[in-house]
Write a protein that binds this ligand. Sequence first.
Ligand code: FAD
Ligand code: FES
Length: 281
Amino acid sequence: MNKIIRKQQLTPETALFEVEAPRIAKRWKPGQFIIVRPNAGSERIPLTLVDGNKERGTITIVVQRIGKTSAVTVATPADGAFHDVVGPLGEPAHITSVGKVTLLAGGVGVAEVLPVAKAFKEAGNYTVVLAGARTDSLRILREELLAVADEVIWATDDGSFGFAGNVVQLLQDVVKASGEKPDLSHVIGPIPMMRAAAKATKDLGIKTYASVNPVMIDGTGMCGGCRVTVRGKVRFACVEGPEFDAHEVDFEELTRRTKAYKKQEVQAYEAHKCALGLQAH
Ligand SMILES: Cc1cc2nc3c(=O)[nH]c(=O)nc-3n(C[C@H](O)[C@H](O)[C@H](O)COP(=O)(O)OP(=O)(O)OC[C@H]3O[C@@H](n4cnc5c(N)ncnc54)[C@H](O)[C@@H]3O)c2cc1C
Ligand code: FES
């Protein structure tokens, strides 16, 4: 069991947890993830490591309610515990010193980009985070982003705060207005956003890494569930990723594969919604 030390509800759908996990806290690197089983009977879900504190022996994760198991995770009380946590898994992010790095993050990706942005800054880069939310009230971790990046520019889909539009349009706007492009870009968020970011940055000639999120099962390279085609070659995102060259990822296939169990996922969520006391969203 991994005891919860702190829980903070960031939005109605998203919660931050600081969890006791001393061995993971000692070894983790930005870009890596863990697999959590919130209770004995639940599925295992991959979640990015947002922070790790060796002295406190804790790790921090941010979870968004999407389906059944993420809903169970978000609903875990502040004085509770997760049944088990495995990690750190995956390869760390490619952190290099290149000059100016722009990091694009959407939705819960804003939390996932925090450690990567911090690492790029510590490596001597000028870091600009382009952070996206559906609306002003759903913006998360505003102070935390400002603490790790040189610049943070927000975009909201409905224009209620900052740039009106998504982060990909924001990047295009920033590059056009300044006449300058970053030396490197990093993108993390929903698949349609990463796909659009990959296309836009390819057109602009900006080298870009994407942290992809296929369905994962064992997280150790044995089941093949997380297969992603990168430059025409099958790669296992759990052990070879989750970060790949965004211009080489087959996002069409990734989209198809993550939708493969949609019907069963909806059925599982509907069946458990009443028991959890949740509303449809
Ligand atoms: C490396 C990695 C890091 C991630 N980091 C975070 C994070 O920090 N915070 C966060 O909120 N979410 C993160 N996710 C996504 C999270 O794992 C899924 O939202 C979760 O597994 C959904 O499970 P569910 O039972 O709630 O939903 P389901 O009903 O099972 O699925 C709903 C949708 O979630 C996606 N999904 C389902 N199962 C998985 C799975 N095992 N792995 C990935 N996606 C899945 C599919 O697109 C599916 O259509 C990450 C995924 C990966 C692969
Ligand atoms: S999740 Fe099983 S091989 Fe990657």
